[in-house]
Design a protein around this ligand. Structure first.
Ligand code: NAP
Ligand code: 3JN
Length: 340
């Protein structure tokens, strides 16, 4: 019997995440029949390749989705709000990478290694939301610990790469490093301050409670994915002068005592995670090592000696892959194998 192939649309195909989606579909040999690449009118006519074949980018309109089985959206929240109703009306299931629908109670928010059962809830609205990159990698690392020992409280600080702000931010960091080295004045436009040789405790906009939106995404999305509003979560999101790979210092208080050795054993077999923890050989997760990797790397696992049931971890993942494109493609894989 021939394996069914699916018509896949990528909305935002010319972007950093959209490009990674196309690559990930190819790397995972996703059964694609027709690939429809969508972007703004600025990119219409541009050619992109997939499995050695060239595809022409089309301007995204409400008529772009006829015959599409799965539409992977990464063109920003405004475009998701504008175009996903047309995609769903045309019969496509939407996997949306933006924040537009994440906290909608009728729309599942999914990390496939953590809550794949939630995918079936797509049927009501035809949409599945992809969480924020910083939430995704933390969920992959914490899921086995949550299942074994329960989690009371999470204190997380992120060290987020500039690629999370798109191609212009990558160019800004490159330009600032070059200008600084040449002794020229350093300019900034994407970020409110120089990012080269600096750390900015500011990602997305500030809210009335003093937190940023990025920080509150981590709080709210953690509750929704674990289906547990009782976990106390507090986050500090920091932009650092790294091109690819988000790092996180995660401190947790568990319900039951769990040792560092037990956590290491759990991480060894946790879906989507890789234990990188051999301090005697100076081995721990590094942003520079995660580019192109599908796994979330977890290391520096140790007991928090300041409380009875505390664990510290250092969690690193490719923010464009597991944080966005890969997670979306994995959701599509579960969809086609179990639902379509
Ligand atoms: P990007 O590199 O700036 O790409 C944006 C994409 O959207 C481009 O393909 C662009 O097409 C397209 N686009 C813009 N306006 C459009 C329009 N009117 N109609 C159709 N397409 C349009 O940004 P990115 O870094 O890939 O991020 C894209 C989005 O993905 C973000 O806004 C965010 O919502 C989501 N994201 C999520 C995560 C996460 O944490 N899960 C991480 C990063 C990004 P042109 O090239 O033609 O302008
Ligand atoms: O800054 C990062 O490292 C991640 C950025 C995510 C992002 C960027 C622009 C718009 C998002 C997101 O996924 O939350 C959005 C958005 O859709 O709100």
């Amino acid at each position: 019997m021939t394996k069914r192939k699916f018509n896949i649309a990528v909305a935002g195909a010319t972007g950093a995440v959209g490009g990674a989606m196309i690559e990930t579909l190819a790397r995972r040999d996703f059964p694609v029949n027709n690939l429809i690449l969508l972007a703004s009118s600025r990119s219409a006519g541009k050619k992109l390749s997939f499995h050695d074949r060239e595809y022409t980018v089309q301007e995204m309109t409400r008529d772009s989705f006829a015959g599409v089985d799965v539409a992977l959206f990464s063109a920003g929240a405004a475009r998701s709000l504008e175009f996903t109703p047309a995609a769903v009306a045309a019969g496509a299931v939407v996997v949306d990478n933006s924040s537009a629908f994440r906290m909608d109670p009728e729309i599942p928010l999914v990390v496939p290694e953590v809550n794949p059962h939630a995918i079936g809830r797509y049927k009501k609205r035809g949409i599945i939301a992809n969480p924020n990159c910083s939430t995704i990698q933390m969920m992959v690392a914490l899921k086995p610990i949550y299942d074994k020992a329960g989690i009371k409280r999470i204190v997380v600080s992120t060290y987020q790469a500039v690629s999370g702000s798109g191609a212009k931010a990558i160019a800004e960091l490159q330009g600032q490093v070059r200008d600084w080295a040449a002794g020229k004045p350093v300019q900034h436009s994407v970020y409110p301050h120089q990012i080269a040789f600096n750390c900015l405790p500011h990602i997305d906009t500030f809210l009335d409670n003093g937190y940023t939106k990025e920080e509150m995404k981590m709080v709210n999305e953690t509750h929704k994915i674990f289906e547990d509003d009782n976990i106390a979560v507090t986050a500090t999101a920091v932009r650092v002068p790294v091109f690819f790979g988000h790092s996180e210092s995660v401190n947790i208080e568990t319900d039951k005592k769990i040792s560092a050795a037990e956590v290491k054993e759990l991480i060894k077999t946790a879906p989507g995670a890789r234990l990188v923890d051999d301090v005697d050989n100076l081995c721990y997760p590094l942003a520079l090592d995660c580019e192109g990797e599908f796994a979330t790397m977890v290391g520096r696992i140790r007991e928090d000696e300041s409380i009875a049931n505390g664990i510290n971890l250092w969690v690193v993942a490719d923010n464009i892959l597991k944080g966005a494109a890969l997670n979306a493609v994995q959701i599509a894989e579960v969809l086609i194998s179990g639902y379509l």
